[in-house]
Ligand binder design. Structure first.
Ligand SMILES: Cc1cc2nc3c(=O)[nH]c(=O)nc-3n(C[C@H](O)[C@H](O)[C@H](O)COP(=O)(O)OP(=O)(O)OC[C@H]3O[C@@H](n4cnc5c(N)ncnc54)[C@H](O)[C@@H]3O)c2cc1C
Length: 447
């Protein structure tokens, strides 16, 4: 069996490695248009926060390591055409020569591109997105030189950038068209806590404001025009509008309304010999009627594993996503899973919620940390629908517990009675998840 994979980022790599682990005899050809692979997109943030010495280190695999495993890696190689009727792809190799390769199965791991806009932009060296290693090197250099920067988009990338850029003597503007930051993941109770930290750090936060254009674009510093004001900047980072890259297949494969490739639960497209995974497909979201475009690596590696298994004839189904996330910003861990209360209502689910700030440790300990917790659950059944956590303490593993609880349709009553550990030097006899559920039930049933 010969499998060709287009795209050697998180998804393509996971699929290639899984195929080779399952069957070393499988011929795997991995094709990537960039000159390098396995760079982690938030490398800039890790570098600015001095968690790594070199941007170039933010990788976890090399082409040589893959070659040693018997995977054929073609870098600087751009696939230009797929001929599904001939099971062949045409590519331009690193010497710009046009070549052909045939496949038994093809895996599309072409991912997503950031940033599509109709706005007239200042010159390319003043407006940017970053995802690849080469764009990140460039952006890091520009960020060091820039004095006034607008970041468009208050999602994870925008907020993490604000945190990394604070206290660097620059004027930073964060512009978000919605009424709160991280609104896809957090309800107001928690997002307002983060917004306060953003403002306290000196970043100028513009909520309910959209960028509608740029002027003076020939000048050294230009004007970023929002719906409310004009901001003089010398650099703009666009952290919105990632779109699936379906250029190669949109003429012959079925697509979803949101532009992603339509796949079944085995990651198989409308052509049975072609599989797709990662950012180029949509995912079924637990408690949502829709499949959604959710560009997260946790979805990418799982869909890649499922695709590789099925390519080699081992039936495996993609489960669901709770779109679980975690980050550390402004000295706080933020972790989310499932639907927000706003999203759940939008899905037509009748929900209730509880938001609490709880002490994590018993009062005798020197170290005292608080955890902000919000649980969203269905009214009546008390099935958990979503969870949000924020603390200076590392609570990120607790979000996986909540993700599992949502996946298994766990109720508040079960969260209270579930077996979780206690250690007098670490936590309270009833841990934060159980306690939040417990406090809701006590309040509800109190006579
Ligand atoms: C700044 C930033 C930070 C992020 N941080 C996080 C995070 O902390 N946690 C998280 O879960 N997710 C994060 N994400 C999202 C995550 O990076 C994506 O979900 C992930 O990269 C998608 O992986 P993929 O393999 O599907 O596709 P991509 O990473 O988009 O890669 C697709 C690959 O295909 C190649 N390709 C495309 N077309 C062709 C062609 N015709 N020929 C050859 N090669 C081709 C591309 O060059 C590319 O290397 C972040 C994204 C960004 C931009």
């Amino acid at each position: 069996m010969k499998v060709v994979i287009i795209g050697a980022s998180h998804g393509g790599l996971q699929a290639a490695l899984t195929l080779k682990k399952l069957d070393p005899q499988t011929e795997v050809v991995l094709i990537e248009k960039r000159s390098e692979l396995s760079f982690v997109s938030s490398g800039i943030i890790l570098r600015m926060n001095q968690m790594v010495d070199e941007l170039d280190n933010v990788r976890y695999l090399t082409a040589e390591e893959l070659s040693k495993k018997g995977i054929v890696v073609l870098l600087n190689t751009m696939v230009t055409t797929i001929q599904p009727e001939k099971s062949t792809i045409i590519y331009e190799d690193d010497a710009k020569k046009t070549c052909k390769v045939s496949y038994d199965k093809l895996i599309l791991a072409t991912g997503s591109n950031q940033f599509s806009t109709n706005l007239t932009l200042p010159s390319k060296d003043k407006v940017t997105v970053f995802k690849s290693y080469s764009s990140s090197v460039e952006v890091l250099r520009k960020l060091e030189q820039a004095r006034s920067i607008s970041i468009i988009g208050g999602g994870y990338i925008g907020v993490e950038l604000c945190d990394a850029l604070k206290e660097k003597g620059k004027e930073i503007h964060l512009i978000e068209s919605a009424g709160s930051v991280l609104f896809r993941y957090l309800d107001k109770e928690l997002s307002s806590l983060i917004e306060q930290k953003i403002v306290d750090s000196g970043v100028k936060l513009h909520l309910n404001e959209s960028v509608i254009g740029f002027s003076d674009i020939e000048e050294e510093s230009f004007i970023t025009q929002t719906t409310n004001e004009e901001i003089r900047n010398d650099y703009v980072i666009v952290a919105v509008n990632a779109r699936p890259d379906t250029t190669l297949v949109k003429e012959f494969l079925d697509l979803n309304a949101n532009g992603t490739i339509r796949v079944n639960e085995h990651m198989q497209t409308s052509d049975p010999n072609i599989f797709a995974l990662g950012d180029v497909i949509s995912y079924p979201v637990r408690n949502s009627y829709r499949k959604s475009f959710i560009p997260l690596v946790n979805n990418v590696v799982r869909s890649a594993t499922v695709a590789a298994m099925n390519v080699l004839g081992h039936p495996m189904k993609y489960n669901m996503t709770q779109k679980t996330t975690a980050t550390k910003i402004f000295n706080n861990y933020i972790a989310t899973t499932g639907l927000t209360e706003v999203e759940a209502k939008f899905e037509g689910i009748e929900v209730e919620s509880i938001f609490l700030t709880l002490p994590s440790q018993l009062p005798y300990l020197k170290l005292q940390e608080e955890v902000h917790i919000k649980l969203v659950f269905e009214k009546g059944t008390h099935n958990l629908i979503g969870g949000q956590l924020m603390s200076e303490k590392d609570i990120t593993q607790s979000i996986n517990t909540l993700s599992l609880a949502i996946d298994k349709e766990t109720t508040l009553e079960e969260l209270v009675t579930m077996d979780f550990y206690f250690n007098p030097g670490i936590n309270q006899p009833m841990g934060i998840i159980s306690r939040a559920a417990y406090e809701f039930l006590i309040e509800k049933y109190r006579v």
